[in-house]
Write a protein that binds this ligand. Structure first.
Ligand code: SAH
Length: 239
């Protein structure tokens, strides 16, 4: 199967970790690196730690926001060293690798900052969270080491799948992208504010829960269009 996996590093502080991640990726046959607002980049230290994986660094896409890095992705998996507040679908690295190869979707694995990981908002943009099952009392891996573990599991899965028969896609319509999901949620928020289901003065976690619901439903592009059409029809009636 074609490899559609990108590694996204958010707001990395130490360029050495970017180089280390590039090396880990190249070792395991991954090529697409996205850097969201890296603190120091380009950097000699990144090149030195990449030790030969400079092609990955040269081709790395540098963007300002996570939204841009994952706009066209259909499956987004966020990595986290610890459990977070609102429960979210959680898998281990092996289950994540299985999903990637069974679904054949444009996929992103998102990694956080060395000092404080990913923000809640960033984690909420992910369909799944993946936790490397480290010991609870010392759970946080070095960033490049975490990339290595995920890349290794993807590699193992790709080796297993090499001789597997090619199966046709499970679904007839392509899965919705992250950008389409953002548009749907913005539209929903607008309409629900107009209908007074939402009170902007009392922002509870409603929109977060709508995001979780729609992401869990794994909408395809046709279903996405239907939901947008439904909202537009409600807007027309309000006018
Ligand atoms: N103090 C931060 C840890 C950041 S470690 C926190 O508590 O969130 C830097 C990044 O490495 C994390 O954002 C995550 O992307 C990855 N990482 C480290 N340990 C991990 C683990 N056990 N499981 C999954 N990802 C991990």
């Amino acid at each position: 199967m074609q490899n559609k996996v990108r590694i996204v590093l958010v707001n990395t502080s130490h360029p050495g970790n970017i180089g280390g991640a590039a090396r880990a990726m190249k070792n395991m046959g991954l090529a697409d690196l996205y850097l969201v607002a890296p603190k120091v980049y380009p950097s000699e230290e990144a090149v030195s730690r990449a030790s030969g994986a400079t092609d990955i660094l040269d081709q790395a896409v540098v963007v300002e926001t996570l939204e841009e890095a994952i706009a066209d992705c259909q499956l987004v998996i966020g990595t986290s060293a610890r459990e977070r507040h609102i429960p979210w679908p959680l898998v281990d690295p092996r289950q994540a690798a299985d999903m990637v190869y069974e679904e054949s979707l444009e996929t992103a694995f998102v990694f956080g900052r060395e000092d404080r990981g990913l923000t809640n908002e960033e984690l909420q943009r992910c369909h799944y969270h993946v936790h490397i099952p480290s010991v609870e009392t010392f759970s946080s891996l070095n960033l490049a080491a975490a990339v290595q573990v995920i890349a290794y599991e993807l590699r193992m899965k790709s080796l297993l799948m090499k001789d597997a028969p090619v199966v046709s896609p499970k679904w007839d319509v392509p899965a919705a992208t992250s950008e389409q999901m953002d548009h749907l949620l913005a539209h929903l928020e607008e309409v629900l504010t107009k209908t007074e289901f939402l009170d902007p003065k009392v922002p509870r976690k409603v929109m977060t829960r709508f995001r979780r619901l729609y992401q869990r439903a794994q909408l395809d592009q046709q279903e996405m269009g239907m939901l947008r059409g439904m909202l537009t029809s409600v807007e027309k009636q309000i006018k």
